[in-house]
Design a protein around this ligand. Structure first.
Ligand code: HEC
Length: 157
């Protein structure tokens, strides 16, 4: 009995390896990328890239284990959800009001230590932000919130 269940589980594990989610990788230039619309100093860009872009952009750097199911599904879920809330590669397409609001949320999330997600920093140790990196990111985001909010550009939102 136990042996049979084990075989079924093993077969299922093999079968699900073939059901892969589409990878979040888009090599073409990202026209609406944040960096095309707002000043992102190199040191801020580096923080965003290492700690946020895997879930909040159109390009995730996939580790080897992301190819293994069911890990891939679990990761994909985070990426999908993260991108839905905030996609730095679509940022230029947001309304000014939304851009401003999202930057406010970036500052808040980082201040509260909610982002990057714990489940992410648990593996990506380099994404654990130092106090300096956090304050850099927070003050930059607050500046961007202002800049987006100050715009006189007509807003349809
Ligand atoms: C492992 C994936 C992952 C990483 C890395 C990550 N996020 Fe997120 N982020 C999510 C998910 C999932 C959500 C939506 C669910 C939630 O709010 O918990 C989210 C939501 C957000 C939101 C929106 C909150 C709201 O209420 O609208 C902001 C802002 C945000 N993240 C900023 C960041 C910043 C800044 C970083 C880097 C310092 C970062 N995230 C890193 C997955 C991630």
């Amino acid at each position: 009995m136990g042996k049979r269940i084990l075989i079924v589980v093993l077969v299922l594990l093999v079968v699900i390896q073939f059901i892969r989610p589409t990878a979040n990788t888009n090599p073409q230039p990202q026209r609406a990328a944040l960096t095309n619309f707002y000043p992102v100093p190199a040191h801020v860009d580096a923080i965003l890239k290492k700690a946020c872009y895997d879930c909040h952009s159109n390009n995730t750097r996939y580790p080897w284990y992301s190819k293994v199911q069911p890990v891939a599904w679990w990761l994909q879920h985070h990426v999908d959800e993260g991108k839905r809330e905030l996609n730095f590669d679509e940022f230029g397409g947001y309304t000014r009001r939304r851009q401003s609001k999202k930057m406010k949320e970036v500052a808040e999330q980082v201040e509260k230590g909610e982002m990057p997600l714990d489940s992410y920093t648990w593996i990506h140790k380099d994404a654990i932000l130092t106090p300096e990196e956090r304050s850099t990111l927070i003050s930059w985001a607050k500046q961007m919130e202002q800049q987006a909010g100050d715009s006189t550009k007509p807003d349809t939102d």
